[in-house]
Design a binder for this molecule. Sequence first.
Ligand code: ADP
Ligand code: GN1
Ligand code: MG
Length: 379
Amino acid sequence: MKYNENEEFMMKSVTLSLLQSAANAFDFGGPVLCDAHHYGEGHINDTFVVWREDHSKRFILQRINTDTFTNPVGLMENVCGVTRHLRAKILAEGGDPARETLNVIPTLSGSTCYLDADGGAWRAYDFVEDTICLQQVGSEADFRTVAETLGKFQNQLEDYPASTLHETIARFHDTPNRYANFEKALAADALGRAKNITSEIEFIHAREQDCHVLLDQLAAGEIPLRVTHNDTKINNVLIDAATGKGICVIDLDTVMPGLSAYDFGDSIRTGANDCAEDEPDQSKVHFDLHLYEVFAKGYLSTAGASMSIAEKKSLAWGARLMTLECGIRFLTDYLEGDHYFHIARPDHNLDRARTQFTLVRQMEEVFDQMLEIVCPDNH
Ligand code: ADP
Ligand code: GN1
Ligand code: MG
């Protein structure tokens, strides 16, 4: 795992003294040492590692992005509720809850979140040791593992009381609304960047109707609302470094009512290809139907028992729409001045958007096969 190499492009810096004073608020069982380098490759929160002074144990300390998550206390209620539920399931299955779900470290005053004097909101977790976190798929076996782990996660949350969850980001996967936000950003063209993206604009406009497919199916009662993760990028699943077993689903900030197609789709977007999400050379971007099949089989093996034909078919649409939606979001951020996603270079969001659109175009070419794979012979 690498540190972000170009932190000058990060949206908001965190000084060592700010980090240390946040760390001092948590019950780490003693004083900790901080390192102000960002850890990992998340696009939203500021993530750091802190060590106990005697190096006996390390923790993840995160500043929650409160521009994105405006109710961090409600968000942490979700995380605590969901991890409590998962812990009980893991125990019942004979698993190890200390590694197989996030463990929230309370503050010294017993709350789950520390609010600093600048309005920052911080939380801490045990560091899940001896795991790897994939930025790209290295092997079919790893991708199958991610699929099984996410399918199991969905299954474990099947009986979670959805009505108790705070909606941490309104209309998160409302693709038509993402489209409308893109149109607003385009009309405003605050930085004069629209002239650089004429073919991307055309690409999005040609797919306006597609944006409605999943929400129309939900509104028609054809597919069910479930409790879903909603941000199932492959780097949000930790895999055991020694055994290759799926260990822990992380980044629970967006666990909310949603569609299985969202979780399936976002993993396909990030894993069923041989390129990075931000690959600037589009000739290197290839949607891999075989990896799609590998993921589909793994996911359906752990999550699929109660899925209707319509829901299985919606998974293929999930792949297409989560990729299109993410591209639309990256391009909207590019037009608005890169204020949402962390960037590490100029035009980073533009590269990310182009990669998503290349993948969408390739998925469209093999869409009949994608449907057949998730729902063979309509079963
Ligand atoms: P973001 O919302 O910004 O993506 P994440 O919660 O996904 O933030 O954390 C960013 C990265 O930090 C992850 O991709 C992973 O590499 C690492 N990480 C987060 N939580 C843990 C943990 N409990 N143990 C080990 N690594 C973690
Ligand atoms: C963000 O937090 P992270 O880096 O796992 C984003 C996802 C996008 C993804 C694109 C809360 O995920 O929705 O799909 O970037 N998370 C949020 O890489 O907006
Ligand atoms: Mg993440």
